[in-house]
Design a protein around this ligand. Structure first.
Ligand code: TXD
Length: 306
């Protein structure tokens, strides 16, 4: 199995490391900066004897090396700086995504695309439209990350392991995201039974702004360990056909009462990409929050030239 990672910056290179550690297949790291993906790929190969993986990692500046990739993970593009919203990246990243997707369509027309570049939900929609691929082949990573952030805050509040928290965060990857405490469980117990409402509300708000919290600490870029871990987790479910159900940004065609917008909802990920959009019962309030989030992205999509 061949997996290509486009953009060998912070998220891309870290994703390649996690993919290698999961032994998911051979990895191609692509970037427009000459020598950089080759250097990082070589470095990753030199880590292999110590870390114990035996897949091949290569770096390239040439699109034809993507040939026959089963999965292409797109992390190329500008990252946020302090004070920027994800939407501020829109036009510049759209130009980058167009170029990449045009090349993917030529060199690996049968692949699946996992979008990571921001603004995530809009770039997923854009990649889908530019590629002309069916919707099960183009999906975006955000809900796994937002859920992981929510889970880590809950775990540190309860002084338990993050592994014991099963989070649920739907909606777009931005301030309008929809963390769902009612459906977030700690060892099968809904989290509102374990954390009092005002504290839980603080954790929800911190989750909504968790990306900005890291941007303001780093001052020159955005988070990458947790985004890369989340992308590799989704890749594993696709490549190894694990069929995990996770929130991912996908094109909705009537599901959850939404049309023609990519937004985070629970999906089953397997060899076929998005094999199912999973319906879960939402309260009226939760449904409204999801629709409000979708409206934000429907507006942003209008700024794209499609
Ligand atoms: O969870 C999520 N979805 C996100 C997404 C979480 C964190 C970061 N998120 C977004 O990922 C972020 O807002 C950016 O849009 C991307 C990449 O973030 P990263 O932190 O990796 O940015 P870097 O380190 O600047 O790397 C970007 C790389 C850099 O090496 C550029 O040379 C390369 O992208 N780049 C390109 N590669 C290939 N092809 C083209 N055209 C290209 N243009 C730039």
């Amino acid at each position: 199995m061949k997996i290509s990672v486009i953009g060998a910056g912070n998220v891309g290179a870290t994703t390649a490391l996690f993919l290698a550690q999961k032994q998911l297949g051979d990895i191609v790291l692509f970037d427009v900066v000459e020598g950089m993906p080759q250097g990082k790929a070589l470095d990753l190969m030199e880590a292999a004897p110590v870390l114990g993986y035996d897949c091949k990692v290569t770096g390239t500046n040439t699109y034809k090396d993507l040939k026959e990739s089963y999965l292409v993970i797109i992390t190329a593009g500008l990252a946020r700086k302090p004070g920027m919203t994800r939407e501020d990246l829109l036009q510049k990243n759209a130009a980058i995504i167009k170029d990449i997707v045009d090349n993917i369509s030529v060199h690996c027309p049968y692949c699946h695309i996992l979008m990571v570049t921001n603004p995530l939900d809009v770039m997923t929609y854009y990649a889908l439209k530019v590629s002309g691929f069916k919707r099960h082949r183009v999906f975006g990573q955000a809900g796994v990350l937002d859920g992981a952030r929510f889970a880590s805050f809950i775990a540190s509040e309860l002084k338990i392991s993050g592994r014991d928290v099963a989070p649920m965060v739907l909606g777009g990857h931005g301030d309008s995201m929809v963390p769902l405490p009612r459906l977030t469980k700690v060892n099968d117990k809904p989290v509102p039974e374990l954390i009092e409402a005002s504290k839980l509300n603080q954790l929800v708000e911190r989750t909504r702004h968790a990306g900005a919290e890291i941007v303001s600490l780093l001052k020159n870029g955005s988070a990458y360990y947790s985004p890369a871990a989340s992308a590799a987790y989704m890749a594993e479910s696709v490549v190894n056909d694990k069929k995990v159900v996770v929130p991912a940004s996908v094109l909705l065609d009537g599901e959850y009462g939404l049309h023609d917008v990519c937004i985070g909802v629970p999906v089953k990920l397997g060899k076929g990409g998005v094999e199912e959009i999973v319906a879960i019962d939402l309260s009226n309030e939760e449904k409204q929050a999801l629709h409000k989030s979708a409206d934000v992205y429907k507006e942003t999509i209008k700024q794209l030239s499609l």
